[in-house]
Write a protein that binds this ligand. Structure first.
Ligand SMILES: [Zn+2]
Length: 374
């Protein structure tokens, strides 16, 4: 939805013929939350192959329904316009990987619409979205592309929960403090093990990338600037750090302990942080009645400061009930709790407003961290 919003803005700029504004806008559109793509030469090569095949859809690839824990599915080719085919080749690869990792599978089971049982073990049991192409094979063995589709085996997504990134100096709860050295080692682990750090803006990409993970911070403490510096230092062409700060809107600029407007603007302009809501006053949501203030005014205030949509909230102290969830749904697409676990879609009602997280604390060792994100 937001994409269309920005695209229409972009069009408006073009209409006013303001080239500079349009260029700025283009940069705005490209800067935050982009996903690494494959070299364009590879994609062009693949597109070129398809053109030579003169691709026109001549059938439909049908995929049997899967559940969140399925590891296999049945693929068929139906609504075939050409009934002469006696063999169909399926070309399959994971969306997150290069098309060069494609594997070819053959079906001659014309009786059952060229049915083929695909098992993820063919791709080292890796989950996520898969691309599939169906090719009709003639007597000379020449393949002709007749249909394309995608199918998905849900990946589970850890949403890490941090608070302070600082040495514990005796003030506050020690458990909430992760030292900068430990945080750096943890982020380096994600980098070296090829995780893809996402923000809530990129939620729909979670099955199109390798090892999706979200890194989140609650409360908007000034020491989260340490996290920004560490993530900036780890950024390179292959590793694009992304993180989410859940800020208490009314604490901004109130004391040196909390993030200032300037800090938040710097976090946003780094392209690393997405700023989301932790309510207006860190209210205990199940006992309040003025939801508009805590849920809506906080969202407006943060959006005015950053210029970007706020779509996610962290329930203060993890407190919520059915009423809170219903009120939250009016203003947010996502809400995180402090319940423990990784996310995998089971198509349950309100599942995006009851997201579990993985708590990283003062005591978490790197060995435990590796186990928690696995
Ligand atoms: Zn909090």
């Amino acid at each position: 939805m937001y994409k269309y919003f920005w695209v229409s803005f972009f069009a408006l700029f073009l209409l006013t013929n303001s080239e500079i504004a349009a260029k700025d806008m283009e940069r705005e559109l490209q800067r935050p939350f982009t996903i690494t793509t494959f070299p364009s030469s590879l994609i062009e090569e693949n597109e070129e192959l398809k053109k030579r095949n003169v691709y026109r859809p001549m059938a439909t690839i049908s995929i049997a329904p899967t559940t969140y824990n399925s590891t296999e599915t049945t693929i068929t080719t139906v609504e075939r316009k050409d009934e002469n085919a006696n063999q169909i080749d399926y070309h399959i690869w994971r969306t997150a990987d290069s098309p060069l990792t494609m594997k070819k599978f053959t079906s001659t089971d014309k009786e059952r619409n060229f049915s083929f049982l695909f098992d993820t073990s063919e791709f080292l049991a890796q989950r996520g979205e898969y691309q599939v192409e169906a090719y009709m094979v003639d007597e000379q063995g020449i393949e002709k592309l007749i249909a394309q589709n995608t199918f998905c085996f849900e990946q589970s997504v850890p949403i890490l929960m941090y608070h302070a990134i600082d040495e514990f100096k005796g003030k506050g709860l020690q458990g909430l403090f992760v030292s900068p050295a430990n945080f750096e080692a943890q982020m380096r682990y994600l980098k070296e093990n090829k995780y893809t750090l996402l923000t809530f803006e990129q939620w729909d990409e979670r099955n199109k990338v390798n090892k999706p993970i979200l890194v989140t911070f609650d409360d908007g403490m000034k020491n989260n600037m340490n996290a920004l510096r560490i993530l900036q230092a780890l950024e390179d062409e292959k590793f694009l750090p992304r993180a989410t700060e859940f800020v208490v809107a009314n604490r901004i600029d109130t004391s040196p302990y909390w993030l200032s407007s300037e800090d938040i603007k710097e976090m946003v302009s780094s392209g690393i942080f997405s700023i989301q809501s932790h309510t207006l006053t860190h209210a205990d949501l199940p006992i309040i009645s003025n939801f508009d203030n805590e849920l809506n005014a906080s969202k407006q205030k943060i959006e005015n400061l950053t210029g970007y949509p706020v779509m996610a909230i962290a329930y203060p102290a993890g407190q919520f009930n059915n009423k809170v969830v219903e009120e939250t749904r009016k203003h947010y697409t996502f809400a995180v709790t402090t319940k423990s676990g990784q996310f995998i879609s089971k198509d349950q009602p309100n599942e995006l407003l009851l997201l579990r997280r993985v708590r990283i604390s003062n005591e978490t060792t790197l060995r435990q961290f590796a186990w928690l994100v696995h």
